[in-house]
Structures are given as structure tokens and as C-alpha cells.
Unconditional design. Structure first.
Length: 72
């Protein structure tokens, strides 16, 4: 089943960015500041996914095309 994995990664990245902005505006007690790093990590992983997923899909498509009977 074909899916739009890049759009899903983009949506997740945007969600983490919104969460980060909300936490920055709301302000957190000193003991809960680690949530800012959770959001930052989510954004970083999302950006990596936006870079990696198209390459992964292209590589899989090339491998499928090379396989005998792969271009039906």
C-alpha cells in the first residue's frame, strides 16, 4: 500500500515544533525543562526523516526495478 511517508514525517516535525513553542510561551518550572529537549529531539529526528525517507524510498524503488519481474 503506497503511503506518503514524507508528509507524515513533516506533520510530526511540525507537531513537535508547535509543542516547543507552546512550552516556551507557557514557561516551565526548572524541574520540567527537560521537555524542551524532548521537543528539540523530536524536531531533529523529524528533520532527519525528511532528508532520509525520500532516499530510502528511491533506493527501494531502484532495487525493485533491478529485481527480475520488478517492473510489472
Amino acid at each position: 500500500m503506497p503511503t506518503d511517508d514524507v508528509r507524515i514525517a513533516l506533520g510530526g516535525t511540525i507537531a513537535w515544533a508547535v509543542a516547543l513553542v507552546v512550552l516556551l510561551i507557557a514557561g516551565l518550572p526548572a524541574d520540567d525543562r527537560w521537555w524542551l529537549w524532548v521537543c528539540a529531539a523530536g524536531i531533529g529526528i523529524g528533520l532527519f526523516a525528511l532528508w532520509y525517507v525520500p532516499r530510502l524510498q528511491a533506493g527501494r524503488a531502484r532495487a525493485e526495478a533491478r529485481r527480475p519481474g520488478g517492473e510489472d
